[in-house]
Design a protein around this ligand. Structure first.
Ligand SMILES: *Cc1c(COP(=O)(O)O)cnc(C)c1O
Length: 358
């Protein structure tokens, strides 16, 4: 019998979510973001599942791109941060990758490189995220420069949204205005703006290429849940021991939880070495055998404890769902003071992924 901690990945849910992104953006092409091992879901199986839906895949580095190419993925692959050092350009050429250019050192290295075939360049403009990208007042000139380079096959104008998850904030409107002021000086270039909240909440950001990540995996960055999205990851385990505690007794390390009544407790094989958030509060919702109950006590490295007092049928072997179709990861993230992105991405290698369709 193996340790019961698992992340079950529903590839049909990911396909469903990708089709939803397509339906919402009928005139856009889909650059499906699979960086960070597809937000913990497994980049290769996810890319294979999306092969007939996505037009390309976005990754954070050449190692992630190489893994996809080695698995036989022939789609366009975009390096979202471009190359970090000039010596990567030979492999970028060999792997036929699209690159982001956000800084002058990248543009110069590209112009000096000796590529076998020209590359598609996604020119990144900083419109308010203040992370990567050229300032709006210099980017038109960079677009011109790269347009004259024989190393460049296509140029795409790109920016990234800083606050699209807040539909009431002015930031996205300001970013769009800055983007369009430049885009108007660079006619006939494809645009790419929308991340998941852009796709779900801001039709004016859809443009030529959308770049959704999180929504493909079933979480909605804008609100708590989205009726059209299906959870792709189920993080689950099982009860491996049960015990009774008396009023006044504590559970696990420290005094994070002290019982004020007699309780029946289930010890579950799941801890922070699996990526479960150690700061999860008492009372966090979990499901045991399909019934709602709660986390009690401090999460330790390999185990945590749940309240079975009101679940007389539950005991050793009972299945525990931490997030998935029945426990929204958005709720867990909010209760833990984080975002779904972090929870799904940080599930560690110790937790076996199992894949299912349907
Ligand atoms: C990660 C990333 C995305 C995807 O963002 P989501 O909010 O997960 O949809 C899009 N574009 C860039 C540049 C990114 O780095």
């Amino acid at each position: 019998m193996a340790r019961p901690a698992r992340a079950r990945i529903d590839l049909d849910a990911i396909r469903h979510n990708a089709r939803l992104a397509r339906t919402l953006t009928p005139r856009s092409r889909l650059m499906a973001i699979v960086k960070g091992d597809a937000y913990g879901h497994g980049a290769v199986p996810v890319a294979q599942a999306l092969a007939d839906i996505a037009d390309g895949f976005g990754v954070a580095c050449i190692e992630e791109a190489r893994e996809l190419r080695e698995a036989g993925i022939e789609h366009r692959l975009l390096l979202l941060e471009g190359h970090f050092t000039a010596d990567e350009l030979a492999e970028i050429d060999q792997l036929r990758l699209d690159v982001t250019v956000h800084s002058d050192y990248q543009g110069s290295a590209l112009e000096q490189a000796d590529l076998n075939q020209p590359v598609a360049v996604w020119l990144k403009m900083n419109t308010g995220m203040n992370r990567l990208g050229f300032a709006p007042d210099v980017i038109a000139e960079r677009v011109q420069q790269l347009g004259h380079s024989r190393q460049v096959s296509e140029r795409i104008l790109m920016t990234h949204l800083a606050q699209a998850d807040d539909l009431g904030a002015p930031t996205t409107h300001n970013q769009l205005a800055r983007f369009d002021a430049v885009a108007n000086q660079c006619p006939d270039m494809p645009h790419s703006i929308a991340n998941s909240p852009g796709v779900l909440g801001w039709p004016d950001t859809h443009r030529d290429w959308i770049r959704p990540g999180m929504m493909l995996y079933g979480a909605n960055p804008i609100a708590d849940t989205h009726p059209g999205l299906k959870a792709a990851m189920t993080l689950e385990s099982a009860v491996i021991a049960e015990r009774h505690i008396e009023p006044g007794e504590t559970l696990g390390y420290g005094e994070h939880f002290r019982a004020n009544r007699p309780m029946r407790i289930g010890v579950v094989a799941m801890g922070y070495a699996d990526g479960f958030p150690r700061h999860a509060p008492n009372g966090l919702p979990v499901q045991v055998d399909g019934k709602d109950t709660q986390l009690v006590g401090r999460v330790s490295m390999d185990m945590l404890t749940v309240d079975l007092s009101d679940l007389p049928d539950a005991g050793v072997g009972s299945r525990v769902e931490f997030w998935g179709p029945n426990v929204p990861v958005e709720t867990i993230a909010r209760e833990c003071g984080t975002i779904p992105y972090e929870l799904v991405s940080q599930v560690t290698r110790r937790v076996p992924r199992s894949y299912q369709e349907g």
